[in-house]
Structures are given as structure tokens and as C-alpha cells.
Design a protein around this ligand. Structure first.
Ligand code: CTP
Length: 403
């Protein structure tokens, strides 16, 4: 889901985080958005207008009047042009001016002429962020219907550590995507997703695992949150991070821990998507001490792990109309095996991954799959990024599961 063709007006005020706006503008342009930047005069101490005009491929608005060319820039026209305005970073000073209607520069005059949704990403030192004045100003701006993108915690330019850093450019993009793609089929719905591999301990230092990266499950979670849904994401060991406030991340290690996490949350879930590559077996005995290499051969007895997906589909709530979606990873006779799993595990739908084709499977950024429903309907999805695929699959799932 991209920001293709969206007209985004970016307002930059004079804080150190202004340097991050270069990568923010690049991310927007990469998605096909039309971008214009406006700056307070103070912000050009932190990032040059030339940088932003080059990256946005558009002139930057700073002053009303250009004494060299005699041109006047019309703030009302700029405000009407925008589909959204996003102000980032916003200093305590600009925040106060925005809350109280000051209009002593081009950026503020354009803000006061806004007819579109407005997003505000404050950035300042932690004590300024905590000050009652700042808190009141933020509440006031929120009461106007504007979206505040909260500052994050971390190291600040002052050398102190705490809340005050501007949200990362990727998070700003996420807010804009959510705004454009909020979809009422998803809002108010709770999804549970399992992702990644599971690690089954052999001894304190070794485990049985697999090459699953978690990318497909995380892509589902991001897509659902972007469309307005809420997600409980239960993942086995994975390096991936989430940044969306509507994704509740639960990290587990083994299949049994994953089952526990699912069981604790299942009763309130609307849709379960089980994308994890759960280890089918685990060592029957986990040694307390590291196994020494004294023998020429070592046999490890394995026992079956619980099937988390089957547990969920056979423990559906009596009050919520729960939908259950599984995954099948097959190397041969894909459709036949996937249909078998769909029936045996009593699923509403199953996503079939056929290993062996280029760009398909574990660790890759792309995938091509088939989606099979219990009414025998089948859809094919050609090779595309896992992120795009997540949106396409969700669209098809929601159209068919609730028809
Ligand atoms: N799954 C699960 N718990 C397990 C094993 C699998 O929840 N212990 C889920 C996976 O997340 C996936 C689906 O079941 O959604 C299919 O997993 P797969 O391993 O392909 O199927 P199996 O039934 O284990 O069959 P086989 O390994 O024989 O192909």
C-alpha cells in the first residue's frame, strides 16, 4: 500500500531532528507521493532548503516574499494544495504558537489556513516535553482534531536520556499510511498472528530450529495495523521489530510457549493467522548440562509438539465468530496437501507456499502463494514483496471470510 499521488505538505521547525526530514522526504517520494516542504527560518540552521527542495523536487516555502525575485508565495494556495500536512519536528516554541494561533512566519500562516488533516510530531528536550505548558498545548492541538505523533524515548541531543526524540521517519510514514488506508473492515477487529520459527532446546546451549525469518507474519501484522485493525503478534526468535502502536508483540522461544501465549489470548480474537514455522518435534529430554562430545554417535529422541493451529480451530469461542487461517509449506503436490490440511485442521482458509520456485519461501523478501478457502475457491498471487502480498491476501481474506 503506497502513498502514490498523495499530496503531502511537510512543515519543518528548528530542532536538531530536522536532519531526519531528509530521509522522511525520501521515503515519501519513494512511495510516489507529491511532497512540498516548508520551513521556519530557524530550521535552516539544521537542514538546508536546498537539501529539501532537491529531495522533494519542489521549491521550499520559507518566506512570504522573495525580495530577489519579487515573488510572493501564497500560503492559502499551499494549504489548499495539501491532502495532509505533517509538521516534524515541532519545537516547543512552534508548538506553543500553533496552539495559540500565532502567524509570524510562512509555515504558521499555512498551518492556520489548513483545510486538511494535520499531523504533529514534537521533538524537544525531556524536561520541556514534560512541562505542563507543553502538555496543555499538545492536548489543545489534539482537541482541534489533529493527530499528535508522540515523541519517543532515547538519547537526546542534550546528552540526557528520556522522552523527547522525534518519532523515526518510518513511523511518520506509517501514520500517513494508516490515515489513507484505514479500512472499516479492520477497525475494531482483533487479529492474532503467529510468526517466525520456534527453538526447541536440546541442552542449555543448543536447540532445534529452522530458517523461518518471521517476515511474512510481521508483514501481516503491519498491514492489519495500517488498515486500522489491532494485532497480537506472537513470534518465535526473530530479529524483526515492530513500531506500530496497534501491534502487541509477544516474544516466545518454543512451541509450547507459543501455544501458551495463543491460549491466553485466543478467546477475544476475531481472526487467527498462523504463519509460524513451528518445530513439529522437540527433544523428549532437555539436558541440564551441555552435552559433551564423548560418543561417536548421538541419538536424540524427539516427541511431537502440540499443533497450535489445530488447538485454535477446535477451541473456537461460543460468542465470537472466529476465523482461522493456516499456512502450508510444501515441496510437492502443493494443492492436494494444502486441501488436506485445510480439512484436517478445520480451517476457513489456507495459504500455500510452494518451495522450490525462485524468490519463494524462508528468508526472502518476496513470495508467491495460493490462497484456498474451505468452499474450494482458490486465488493465486504472483511473485511480489511480502509486504504487498500481505495487503493483497488480507483483502481477499476479508472479502471471502465475511461474505
Ligand atoms: N502449525 C502449528 N503448530 C504446529 C505445527 C504447525 O500451529 N505444531 C501450523 C503452522 O503455523 C501452519 C500450519 O500449521 O499454519 C501448517 O504447518 P505444516 O508444518 O506445514 O503442517 P503439518 O500439519 O505440520 O504437516 P507436515 O509437516 O507433515 O507437512
Amino acid at each position: 500500500m503506497s502513498l502514490e499521488g498523495k499530496k503531502i505538505l511537510v512543515g519543518v521547525t528548528g530542532g536538531i531532528a530536522a536532519y531526519k526530514i531528509a530521509s522522511f522526504v525520501r521515503l515519501l517520494k519513494k512511495q510516489g507521493a507529491e511532497v512540498r516542504c516548508m520551513m521556519t527560518p530557524a530550521s535552516s540552521d539544521f537542514i538546508t532548503p536546498l537539501t529539501l527542495s532537491t529531495l522533494s523536487e519542489s521549491p521550499v516555502g520559507i518566506e512570504f516574499y522573495n525580495s530577489k525575485t519579487g515573488e510572493w508565495t501564497n500560503h492559502v494556495e499551499w494549504a489548499l494544495w495539501a491532502d495532509v500536512m505533517i509538521f516534524a519536528p515541532v519545537t516547543a516554541n512552534s508548538l506553543a504558537k500553533m496552539a495559540h494561533g500565532f502567524s509570524d512566519n510562512f509555515l504558521l500562516a499555512t498551518y492556520l489556513s489548513a483545510k486538511c488533516p494535520v499531523f504533529i510530531a514534537p521533538a524537544m528536550d525531556l524536561d520541556m516535553y514534560q512541562h505542563q505548558t507543553t502538555k496543555d498545548n499538545l492536548l489543545k492541538l489534539e482537541s482541534f482534531g489533529y493527530t499528535i505523533i508522540p515523541a519517543e524515548s532515547g538519547f537526546l541531543a542534550s546528552g540526557l536520556e528520556g522522552q523527547g526524540r522525534m518519532a523515526e521517519p518510518e513511523v511518520l510514514v506509517q501514520y500517513l499510511q494508516d490515515h489513507f488506508y484505514a479500512d472499516n473492515r479492520f477497525s475494531g477487529k482483533l487479529f492474532l498472528i503467529t510468526a517466525g520459527p520456534t527453538y526447541e532446546a536440546i541442552d542449555p546451549v543448543r536447540f532445534i530450529g529452522n530458517h523461518s525469518s518471521g517476515k511474512m507474519g510481521f508483514a501481516f501484522a503491519e498491514a492489519i495495523a495500517a488498515l486500522g485493525g489491532e494485532v497480537i503478534l506472537v513470534t518465535g526468535p526473530s530479529n524483526l521489530q515492530v513500531m506500530h502502536k496497534q501491534i502487541h508483540l509477544l516474544r516466545v522461544t518454543s512451541a509450547r510457549e507459543m501455544l501458551n501465549a495463543v491460549q491466553e489470548n485466543w478467546s477475544k480474537v476475531d481472526v487467527g493467522i498462523f504463519a509460524s514455522a513451528v518445530a513439529d518435534y522437540r527433544p523428549a529430554v532437555v539436558e541440564n548440562q551441555k552435552i559433551k562430545k564423548t560418543e561417536d554417535q548421538l541419538q536424540i529422541v524427539l516427541e511431537k509438539n502440540p499443533d497450535i493451529l489445530s488447538w485454535a480451530s477446535s477451541n473456537r469461542s461460543a460468542v465470537v465468530d472466529q476465523k482461522v487461517v493456516g499456512f502450508a509449506l510444501e515441496t510437492q503436490n502443493g494443492i492436494e496437501y494444502a486441501k488436506g490440511k485445510l480439512e484436517k485442521k478445520k480451517l476457513d482458509a489456507i495459504v500455500l507456499n510452494e518451495m522450490g520456485e525462485p524468490g519463494v519461501g524462508f528468508g526472502t523478501d518476496t513470495n508467491s502463494v495460493k490462497l484456498l478457502f474451505k468452499n474450494n475457491k482458490m486465488c493465486s498471487f504472483e511473485l511480489q514483496s511480502k509486504k504487498e502480498l500481505a495487503f493483497a491476501l488480507l483483502n481477499e481474506l476479508m472479502n471471502n471470510l465475511y461474505e
